[in-house]
Design a protein around this ligand. Sequence first.
Ligand code: GDP
Length: 202
Amino acid sequence: EAGRKLFAGEAGFFWAAAPSGKLPPMGTLEIAFAGRSNVGKSSLINALTGRKALARTSHTPGRTQELNFFDVNGRFTLVDMPGYGYAAVSKQKVQAWTGLIHDYLRGRATLARVFVLVDSRHGLKAADNEIMDLLDKSAVSYQIVLTKVDELKKGEAEKRVAETLDALKRRPAAYPEVVVTSSRAAEGIGELRAAVAKLLAE
Ligand code: GDP
């Protein structure tokens, strides 16, 4: 498969950026992963990179407030964005999160795409629409990845994809394809790797 070679080899953490902290100097192209807390982001990053614990799974929702940067094979930089939309987080933390994300999205020339993860059971929520507003405003390319599709029946997944694509029509920076995944059932991982490989080849 197109993306397998890209991810085979070394992957390692090299930088954490906290609110008001420094971002790493720009290096290889960056592929970022965002999503609501508990969407399955850590599990998906681990499945993509073939690592058991590159990204920490099942941490306290809303706790991790850092942007974590990983070098993958010297070929690109994987950016794990802090989860959003967790209700119990204070207003101050939400502001810190927004500030951090603004700082990152503003003028990051090496950022090739943000994959916005959405739980396929729930579809797009207000918090997802807010980050998509921000990405559209920042003119940063993004693509929706549905997670945990093992929880849905086949017809339901198709309906969710159609509904999501429909919502993206009005969004200028959205890539008009949706990737359907399940880390648990190892579904869509190859497709997502191939999407990353295609981006890096462009
Ligand atoms: P994060 O908070 O977005 O990093 O999400 P995690 O990867 O830590 O996963 C949150 C919860 O969702 C955990 O209980 C996982 O076991 C579960 N989960 C993650 N991926 C899947 C999946 O593909 N299918 C199902 N059914 N559950 C998943």
